[in-house]
Write a protein that binds this ligand. Structure first.
Ligand code: FAD
Length: 485
């Protein structure tokens, strides 16, 4: 049985009004369980200073940053392994910048210890344009994360621990998140902290806490944007099933003619499909990362529709798998279909595509960002798409409206769909995560709310950690700025 979004929302108790207005904010239902009901919780309650939900590109730096500020952190991950999209969706390739802080340390280690080339690249794309396309095995990401976690005494990482609800106190029209409910082996456990970070990539926790969110495309007029759709079509970016192919016979010839695009050798300058015959023969690494099959999913919060998208993508991949297999290559398919877009949690500021295109550096900037607009499935003039230079992520975009005790990090922060098509890439998500973790720890340890945090002090702290280094470097030292080409 397939369900459409309207039915799904009805079942969730959100109602048809929200369903009829894709792209506008909706209030989420929080009807699932009563976190005050002690009989539900079979495991003892845990306490810490900062909870981070989701151990992906945003959640990992968030947890590390908070821990390094001196906060006791619990990092909750629903998968049995940390890593997020690079591990469970095989998105093991980074786009955009800045590459700073915890993220660049991870990349450095990936390059030194897990490079797929015989000689690790000397530059590893630190400034984002060493003309190399770097990718690593998904398990390498997890290994690097485990190494970091071991070194951070203030972090307790709990895998296989899906957060199923938020613990919320309501006062007037304000909600205060005081913790989360975790499902561990069929038993519920409450985890409490003065500050929680939603780094789920889906915004599920914020939605459960009753935060307003956006879903699907916006109309230009919704946020006074200079480009975009006249009328929202409610669509999210399509999903892509990623996989890795690997040579098994020494005489195997990679059948690159069957791919139009989206195949990467290790550490090379061009996509496999763009290489000349001579270049290809010279490199032919024997291991390739594939942006395999792309399919639409009308509701990425609906498990039935996600499963159906997964099935359709696998079906679409069959001819590729057969051709590769015949040619002497095995395929390793990502455990999860790659979902690019889900909820965007409405914050004190909604970052727009014009902020991105004009390179606005807000007074409360907590992260630099740089990547083209990349709204899969939506036509945007390539000249406009690629004209994006550095811009700033404001702290207000991490603070959900009418909510205390909660910050968002990663691709779910408050922005329009077109703006998000740029900041959703891993280096930017990671920098936002590191800023969120720093802010959360400062607020928790100073016993103040995230909303009342002194933003200048936060910015100074982020500067000390080198988070604004990339922007300083490219502005001062690099004449050959890619966005000026
Ligand atoms: C197909 C595809 C291709 C992409 N290509 C690129 C690219 O080439 N380069 C690039 O830089 N970026 C790319 N991206 C974008 C990028 O990978 C993501 O936007 C980025 O990973 C988002 O980071 P995040 O930490 O916000 O979320 P995620 O990576 O989704 O991490 C969220 C984590 O939270 C966990 N989680 C979710 N819900 C719960 C819960 N209830 N309880 C506990 N844990 C939970 C998840 O298991 C996951 O580990 C691509 C994305 C996709 C899907």
């Amino acid at each position: 049985m397939t369900m459409n979004r309207r039915q799904f929302l009805k079942n969730m108790g959100i109602g048809a009004a929200g369903a009829a207005l894709p792209g506008v904010s909706m209030f989420a239902a929080n009807e699932a369980m009563n976190p005050q009901d002690k009989s539900l919780f079979k495991l003892p309650e845990l306490h810490c200073d900062v909870i981070v939900v989701g151990a992906g590109p945003a959640g990992i730096p968030a947890a590390v940053a908070a821990a390094r500020e001196g906060a006791k952190v619990i990092l909750l991950e629903e998968d049995m392994m940390p890593g997020g999209a690079p591990v469970d969706m095989y998105v093991t390739y980074m786009c955009g910048a800045p590459r700073v802080g915890v993220f660049i340390d991870m990349v450095r280690e990936l390059n030194q210890k897990h490079s797929l080339s015989i000689t690790p690249s000397s530059t590893f794309g630190q400034w984002a344009w060493d003309n190399k396309q770097h990718w690593w095995l998904p398990s390498s990401f997890a290994q690097v994360v485990y190494g970091i976690m071991k070194a951070e005494k203030n972090i307790t990482l709990m895998c296989g621990s899906p957060v199923v609800d938020a613990v919320v106190e309501t006062k007037g029209n304000r909600n205060r998140v005081t913790g989360v409910c975790v499902m561990r082996q069929g038993m519920l456990q409450k985890v409490s902290a003065p500050v929680t970070i939603d780094a789920t990539g889906t915004g599920l926790l914020a939605a459960k806490a009753g935060c307003e969110y956006f879903y699907g495309s916006d109309a230009r007029k919704d946020f006074n944007e200079s480009i975009g759709l006249e009328k929202s079509d409610g669509r999210v970016q399509p999903c892509t099933m990623m996989y890795i192919s690997q040579r098994t016979r020494s005489d195997a010839e990679f059948p690159r003619h069957i791919f139009k695009t989206g195949v990467l050798d290790h550490d090379q300058e061009k996509w496999v499909t763009q290489q000349t015959e001579e270049e290809f023969r010279k490199i032919d690494s024997g291991i390739y990362l594939h942006w395999g099959a792309t399919v639409e999913c009308t509701d990425t919060t609906d498990p039935v529709l996600v499963a159906d998208a997964h099935r359709r993508a696998m079906k679409k991949l069959e001819p590729q798998f057969e051709a590769l297999n015949r040619a002497g290559y095995v395929t390793h398919v990502a455990p999860k279909i790659g979902i690019r877009e889900c909820r965007r949690i409405k914050g004190e500021y909604v970052l727009t595509v014009d902020d991105v295109l004009k390179g606005v550096m807000h007074d409360d900037k907590i992260a630099d960002a740089w990547y083209s607009l990349d709204p899969w499935g939506m036509n945007v003039d390539p000249k406009i798409k690629n004209s994006v230079g550095p811009y700033g992520i404001p702290y207000r975009s991490l603070i959900p409206v009418n909510t205390e005790g909660l910050l968002t990090a990663g691709r779910i922060i408050s922005g329009t769909r077109l703006a998000m098509s740029s900041y959703r890439v891993q280096p930017i998500c990671a920098t936002i995560g590191e800023a969120a973790g720093t802010a959360a720890a400062m607020a928790a340890l100073q016993k103040t709310s995230v909303r009342n945090l002194d933003v200048r002090r936060l910015q100074n702290r982020l500067d000390e950690k080198g988070l604004f280094e990339w922007y300083r470097h490219v502005n001062m030292n690099v004449n050959n700025k890619p966005w000026k080409k």
